[in-house]
Ligand binder design. Structure first.
Ligand SMILES: C[S@@+](CC[C@H](N)C(=O)[O-])C[C@H]1O[C@@H](n2cnc3c(N)ncnc32)[C@H](O)[C@@H]1O
Length: 253
């Protein structure tokens, strides 16, 4: 292991033609979570100077769109947008570039300019990560994947919980290529879940049927919800405990 990982990845990036040492973070994230596949449509938010776009293009060979406040120098096979990821108009421009069925993966390595105040920088990072999550919800295909950078701080657990309401599998991950002293962490979400219901939300439902293992079955916005100890014909208040791509679980309250 080289003595200084920063120098190691910096020199490696220069030698291998990547625009940033961050390129190796995406390689490590994608390898660990099997995120970007051949043919994947990938949207990269906060993409300049373009290291992640280069890696996404190599891994997918499909459509890759990079978005940043700054211009991104041309990369073969990558389309770029100069815009603010917090704005709806930028999301609309992205939509215009990807296929109607949406993106397979949304990435976000966006970072605010650091002020030196930990809590201020943390807040702005959470704001950017939340915008990336909103964008992901709007443009991902059902089952799509997400990876976003966040600077750690007291709002991190809430953000993680929010992401858990949007994707079936969610994990925080620190790639080897992140600097040891860095406050950054990546949140990876796999399998965008159905947005017919909201995690922890209370609904009044009528049990329409019984499942094979004795759970009551209700439908909310056409999504099947399994409810333990519920009987056919009952009308109940339930709270959504878990959401999967094609169904959800609720508990009687
Ligand atoms: C760490 S760099 C990204 C590095 C990139 N992943 C790479 O490998 O080359 C963070 C980027 O986020 C961008 N950024 C910050 N706020 C943004 C916003 N609101 N909209 C778009 N891009 C933003 C910055 O301009 C900066 O280029």
């Amino acid at each position: 292991m080289p003595r200084d990982r920063r120098d190691y990845y910096y020199h490696k990036a220069r030698k291998e033609g990547y625009r940033s040492r961050a390129a190796y973070k995406l390689k490590q994230i994608s390898e660990r979570f099997d995120l970007i596949h051949k043919g994947s449509t990938v949207v990269d938010l906060g993409a300049a100077p373009g290291g992640w776009c280069q890696v996404a293009q190599e891994l997918s060979g499909g459509k890759v769109v990079g978005v940043d406040l700054l211009s991104i120098k041309e990369i073969e096979g990558v389309e770029t947008i100069k815009g603010d990821i917090r704005l709806d108009t930028t999301i609309e421009t992205i939509r215009g570039l990807i296929k109607k069925e949406g993106a397979d993966v949304v990435l976000c390595d966006a970072a605010p300019n650091l002020s030196g105040s930990w809590s201020y920088d943390h807040g702005r990072s959470i704001d950017l990560a939340s915008s990336a999550l909103m964008c992901a919800k709007k443009i991902l295909k059902p089952g799509g994947g997400f990876a976003v950078k966040v600077f750690q701080g007291d709002m991190f657990p809430d953000f993680l919980r929010t992401v858990k309401g949007v994707f079936e599998k969610v994990q925080a991950f620190s790639p080897e290529a992140s600097r040891k002293a860095s406050a950054e962490i990546y949140v990876i979400g796999k399998n965008l879940i159905n947005d017919a219901v909201t995690l922890d939300q209370v609904y009044t439902v009528t049990i329409e049927d019984m499942g094979a293992d004795g759970d009551g079955i209700a439908k909310i916005n056409d999504l099947v919800v399994f409810i333990k100890r519920a009987k056919k014909g009952e009308t109940l208040k339930i709270r959504i405990r878990e959401i999967k791509t094609k169904f959800a679980f609720g508990d009687i309250i």
